[in-house]
Design a protein around this ligand. Structure first.
Ligand code: FAD
Ligand code: SIN
Length: 534
């Protein structure tokens, strides 16, 4: 059966998180006809769940040099200093844009900036703008309102991008992108989108791990699609584990913001001992890799299910004012954080690596851009500094828009339609759910906070078996959202393990017992489907 529909746009954006919506609105404002393709609802994205806030130097006492230095220290030698400087210097413009969109950051009338600035691990200064403890929801809600009312933007919810369409499909150059095949989940059919430019804004891959702070959409689709298309993918071994995810049987993926530690939260063992003093002089405000490893060490040493984060010594009023969302969520689960410590564990949180881009978001495939968590610009190095990622979505988003508008308009091409004449109905959904589970457990067990060569080998062995099985399934059965995601997830898992195996040192978020020291050589791990470049 062939599907007959082709939609044409100046630019197609895959993803409706901060990167996707910012790009859509900025392009639409400048006259482009844009499609936003998103696999669930517009709001279902990591950006919506962002708590702590967005880092920006807006206080006169603070400085770009200090923000730069904090980012470089957290990134442990692997940040691209040009990228860091560019993104940090453009932060005030990004904040102004959000304010112009109607985002109301928490204010502090006593401060010279007018805003309440909070602090997080690795930051030497209070520089995080926030909307209480639900910054992402406040930002995304405003941007969705603007998106839905914009005449130049077409929104395709419940549409999942399957694969990019390259020139070789139309007898042309394979390193040019002409659009994307998209599966309409409700109507069970594939549509072809032809576009002058394609922007991947598909977010990270937290769901590759059993425990994650990420919502279900975070399956690394953009990274997998780009890799299949021939893009370079960089530094995927650096998966950030957030130190403090709520530990409770009924709380799926609920984050306890780093701002809780920024405002004085103390990490304790069940007996009340403040263990961070044994690990780092910066205590609870050491960068995330350090704190997550310390928690992992203490949990393994004492055989604990969790550790505790205690902010209960602050007043009830302070807690309810600063952390209303966390306070209410914990209360609904029977934990009164104003009077008792919060049980927490580390969980996969952020994908520091991604599709390699320059500072205009360009990948190595023409007319294909990547923005936000799915991209690797060089900002985060081997460990992202808290609250730098929302900033990156905006600054690179603005740069992509300039690049798109400053080049001649690309011709919209007639593209071949998706052919599913060879596939039959899927009769064993259980295979998909079983493989999902197996993959995520293997990644958690073997490719987590502490790694060894043996564990990586074991993980790769299982992943390859799963990969073959899933590819065979994909080739023979009709599409579903779960199958598309699983195909991507297993490829991303393979890329993570391959990248981790290539790094013979411990640096930032990649800690290997076989190579416990940091090497003198500073090197990104860059791989693509043609060759391993590292
Ligand atoms: P996302 O916001 O994840 O959006 C990805 C979009 O792509 C989604 O709409 C998804 O549905 C869509 N998509 C994916 N694949 C497909 C496909 N195949 N087809 C169609 N659509 C697809 N960072 C900060 O800077 N500050 C914070 O305070 C902060 N707090 C966080 C709290 C939590 C709980 C989490 C999980 C992350 C937090 N982060 C924070 C990180 C930050 O939220 C993300 O890095 C950032 O939001 C990524 O934005 P994005 O637009 O790249 O991706
Ligand atoms: C948090 O609020 O702890 C998340 C901040 C981030 O991931 O940048």
């Amino acid at each position: 059966m062939k599907n007959a529909k082709q939609l044409n746009f100046d630019t197609v954006i895959i993803g409706s998180g901060l990167a996707g919506l910012a790009n859509a609105l900025l392009l639409a404002e400048r006259g482009q006809k844009v499609a936003v393709v998103t696999k669930k609802t517009l709001a279902e994205c990591n950006s919506y769940y962002a708590q702590g806030g967005i880092a920006a130097v807006i206080d006169k006492e603070d400085s770009v040099e200090d923000h730069l230095s904090d980012t470089l220290i957290a990134g442990c030698g692997l940040c691209d200093e040009n990228a860091v400087r560019y993104i940090i210097e453009h932060a005030p413009i990004a904040i102004e844009w959000l304010v112009s969109m109607g985002v109301k950051f928490t204010e502090n009338i006593e401060s010279s900036t007018g805003f309440h600035l909070t602090r997080e691990g690795g930051h030497s200064f209070r520089r995080i703008l926030h909307v209480a403890d639900a910054t992402g929801a406040a930002i995304i809600t405003k941007l969705i309102q603007k998106t839905l009312s914009h005449p130049n933007i077409v929104v395709l919810e419940n549409h999942v991008a399957i694969d990019l369409i390259l020139g070789d499909k139309i007898g042309g150059e394979s390193n040019k992108c002409y659009g994307v095949y998209v599966f309409d989940v409700n109507l069970n059919k594939v549509i072809t989108i032809s576009a002058g430019n394609t922007i991947l804004a598909t977010g990270g891959a937290g769901k590759v791990y059993l425990y994650t702070t990420n919502p279900d959409i975070a399956t690394g689709d953009g990274i997998a699609m780009a890799y299949r298309a021939g893009c370079n993918v960089a530094n995927m071994e650096f998966i950030q584990f957030h130190p403090t995810c709520l530990f409770h049987p009924n709380a799926k993926s609920f984050l306890i913001s780093e701002a809780v530690r920024g405002e004085g939260g103390i990490l304790k063992l069940p007996n009340g001992y403040r263990f961070m003093q044994d690990h780092d002089e910066r205590l609870e405000l050491a960068p995330r890799d350090v704190v997550a490893r310390a928690i992992d060490y203490e949990m393994k040493k004492h055989g604990l299910d969790c550790v505790y984060l205690d902010i209960s010594y602050k007043s009830q009023q302070f807690i309810e004012e600063h952390f209303p969302n966390i306070y209410q969520k914990c209360k609904s689960l029977g934990i009164d954080i104003a009077h008792e410590p919060i049980p927490v564990v580390p969980a996969a949180h952020y994908t520091c690596g991604g599709v390699e881009t320059d500072l205009s978001g360009r990948t190595n495939i023409l007319n294909l851009y990547a923005s936000g968590e799915c991209a690797h610009t060089g900002l985060h190095g081997s460990n992202r500094l808290a609250s730098n990622s929302l900033l990156e979505c905006l600054v690179i988003g603005q740069a992509i828009v300039e690049d798109v508008l400053n080049k001649p308009k690309n011709k919209i091409m007639e593209l071949p339609q998706w052919d599913e004449s060879q596939v039959t109905d899927n009769d064993e959904e259980v295979v998909i759910s079983h493989n999902w589970d197996e993959l995520r457990r293997a990644m958690w067990g073997y490719v987590g906070i502490v790694r060894t060569n043996k564990r990586l080998e074991r993980a790769m062995h299982r992943i390859k078996l799963l990969h073959d099985e899933i590819n065979e399934y994909y080739a023979n059965f009709k599409l579903s959202l779960n199958l598309i995601e699983l195909r991507n997830l297993v490829l991303v898992a393979e890329i993570i393990v391959k990248s981790a195996g290539l790094r013979h040192e411990s640096r930032g978020l990649h800690y290997s017992k076989d190579y416990p020291l940091m090497s003198d050589e500073i090197k990104n791990t860059i791989i693509n489907k043609y060759e391993v470049e590292s």
